[in-house]
Design a protein around this ligand. Structure first.
Ligand SMILES: [Zn+2]
Length: 249
């Protein structure tokens, strides 16, 4: 395979040898790519690229791995934005970490999702806004918007308009429940026949906007993500606590 040029966001970095790192990028046109970056470790004196940092966005030239090989090769990295203000605020760090973890856990390599790339870049850009501090609700709203876009892109967005089993409209459902395995809202009767469900927060069950009840939306999407992935995200508990979700499961 030949070298390609794309833009990417650094989702994960790990040391590979004295002088090399493995960098996991979300690229716009080539999806998630795991690349060997030689000479990028900060301890190296004669490196040909500046050190890479988590969550920065840059232009990159790389070679994808062959189907039978694990790692591609990073040839060049030109940083375009490091979003420095995210690092100055713990809440923004939680939200950005949550978003990258969720992206890594729900996507596969070399499967391009340009809309997902744009949504992540937009989230980081918003979290990096100077001046006006983002309120806790503001940070949560941005994260919920991103997670919704992520779930839509990877095909796991739950249906909240009606009971996913019998089709009863949500306005006619009392004490609605939510099931991750069924993929959305359930009425009480259908929930009784479903092994996995939990109460749907009132604001979510009546179709309230994200801006009206950000913590309730984060709570239900986090519950869903945890089951889609098969484990909670590491950033999950801190993010839920910060958002003020009622149920910190
Ligand atoms: Zn039903």
């Amino acid at each position: 395979m030949s070298f390609v040029i794309d833009v990417g966001i650094v989702l994960r970095l790990s040391d590979y040898s004295e002088t090399s790192q493995i960098v996991t990028l979300l690229t716009r046109g080539h999806g998630v790519a795991r690349l060997l970056a030689k000479g990028t470790r900060r301890t190296t004196k004669d490196r040909f690229m500046p050190g890479l940092d988590l969550l920065e966005l840059g232009e990159t030239r790389f070679k994808l791995a062959r189907p039978d090989a694990g790692l591609g090769t990073l040839a060049e990295w030109k940083q375009q934005s490091a979003y420095p203000r995210i690092r100055s605020d713990l809440a923004r760090v939680y939200a950005a970490t949550y978003a990258t973890e969720a992206t890594l856990a729900t996507t596969t390599e070399h499967d391009p999702h340009p809309a997902l790339f744009d949504a992540l870049a937009a989230l980081l850009q918003t979290l990096d806004i100077a001046g006006e501090p983002l309120t806790p609700d503001g940070v949560t709203i941005e994260l919920v918007r991103f997670v919704s876009e992520l779930l839509r892109e990877v095909g796991f967005m739950p249906t909240m308009r009606a009971c996913v089993v019998c089709g009863k409209p949500r306005t006619a459902i009392a004490n609605a429940r939510f099931s991750s395995s069924r993929g959305g809202l359930l009425c009480v009767a259908c929930a009784a026949e479903t092994p996995e469900s939990r109460p749907a927060p009132e604001a979510v069950a009546r179709g309230g906007r994200v801006g009206e009840a950000p913590a309730a939306w984060l709570e239900i999407l986090d519950y869903h993500l945890t089951r889609v992935i098969g484990r909670p995200l590491r950033a999950s508990r801190q993010m839920l606590r910060f958002a003020g979700a009622a149920d910190k499961m």
